[in-house]
Write a protein that binds this ligand. Structure first.
Ligand code: KG4
Ligand code: ZN
Length: 336
């Protein structure tokens, strides 16, 4: 009796495959990272990304099946990220999942990448998915979502300009750190003084749940001519100060959203939620506020197929499947 589901993720520069049980327990997950390849260009090159997805996707499927000790006939369905992301990348994972669905005569599920991030804090036995305020902080998105149940989401606020991850990456690039900049700033910040530079915190008006990070980038740009970027300590102080400015806004807006909606559970996911300073600040602030905090496990924060498999399992368990004609959508929205 098929009791598992295989999912593929190829929305940007990571090719990933995972298998989870129909209850959402992750049993195998692998990522073929392209970070080293794109680092030489200072960012993701779509054409290069899709060519590498083609090279990696089939071996990854075989590897996760071997890791899980399963065969294709044990899969009850096949899933893939259908958006948002790079269209030429999304097509590789969805085409492969659809081909497996046709070959095995099993359903196909198109999964929204942001729903993968959104539900990831409920993995590893933290479920079931229940009402909460979710903060998603990734390279392309920063949003606050009121989760009422699987598929029942209402958008409370999003960024008006740069995403939090984008702010980390752009500042890192300006001070000569390699791509992706978030983890580099995270490392340097541990040795720096977060009060060394007073960078702006954009709260917009007091009750707004929207974000804006582009002013921070401009503030760093104005500071640059006065700095000695060869000094390790300057880089560390700048990193700690930039990180502190981003963290403060994220934490305060999450708490504000919880207060406004009277939810007691808050979740945080997406690549930026790996950030150690952010995790520490969230833990302290939520404890003070009497909020229960669920953070995605660090290896499930950045792009992976485990979260796509988990989201697909949640959807499949309430009877959702997608037609094979379902197209990829680079701008797919989480809320309609
Ligand atoms: O969720 P993700 O892997 O991909 C998207 O869906 O965008 O997020 C990638 C983003 C990048 O901007 C990266 O710099 C950031 O997450 N990131 C971090 C950390 N690890 C990854 N930002 C701050 N601190 C980190 N430790
Ligand atoms: Zn992502």
């Amino acid at each position: 009796m098929p009791d598992c589901l295989l999912a593929l993720e190829s929305s940007c520069d990571e090719t990933a495959a995972a298998i989870c049980t129909l209850q959402g327990e992750l049993i195998a997950s692998r990522i073929a990272s392209q970070i080293e390849i794109h680092r030489q260009y200072g960012g993701v090159v779509p054409e290069v990304a899709s060519r590498n997805h083609i090279l990696h996707v089939r071996p990854l499927v075989q590897q996760v099946l071997a890791d899980a000790g399963k065969s294709l006939s044990d899969m009850a369905a096949f899933a893939a990220t259908s958006g948002p992301g790079l269209v030429s990348s999304l097509l590789i994972g969805t085409s492969m999942a659809k081909a497996l669905s046709i070959a095995e005569d099993k359903p196909f599920l198109a999964v929204n990448h942001m729903e993968g991030h959104l539900l990831s804090p409920f993995m590893n036995g933290q479920g079931p998915v229940r009402p909460c305020i979710a903060l998603i902080v990734s390279g392309g998105h920063t949003m606050l979502v009121h989760v009422l149940g699987v598929g029942r989401y209402s958008l409370l606020g999003r960024t008006r300009d740069d995403a939090a991850g984008e702010a980390f990456d752009k500042v890192a690039k300006m001070i000569g750190l390699p791509y992706p900049g978030g983890p580099e700033i995270d490392k340097l910040a541990t040795r720096g003084d977060p009060t060394a530079f007073a960078f702006p915190r954009s709260f917009l008006d007091g009750r707004s749940l929207e974000f804006s990070f582009s002013g921070l980038k401009t503030a760093v740009l104005y500071e640059l001519p006065r700095l000695d970027l060869k000094s390790e300590q300057t880089l560390a102080d700048l990193s700690a100060s930039v990180q502190a400015a981003i963290i403060e806004v994220l934490v305060e807006k999450l708490v504000l959203a919880a207060r406004q909606s009277r939810e007691k559970l808050v979740t945080v996911s997406g690549g930026v939620s790996c950030n150690r300073g952010l995790r520490t600040a969230l833990t302290a602030r939520c404890a003070k506020e009497g909020l229960q905090l669920l953070l995605a496990r660090p290896d499930l924060c950045t792009d992976n197929a485990g979260m796509i498999a988990f989201a697909a399992a949640q959807r499949f368990s309430i009877g959702h499947t997608s037609p094979l004609e379902a197209d990829v959508d680079p701008n797919l929205s989480l809320v309609t």
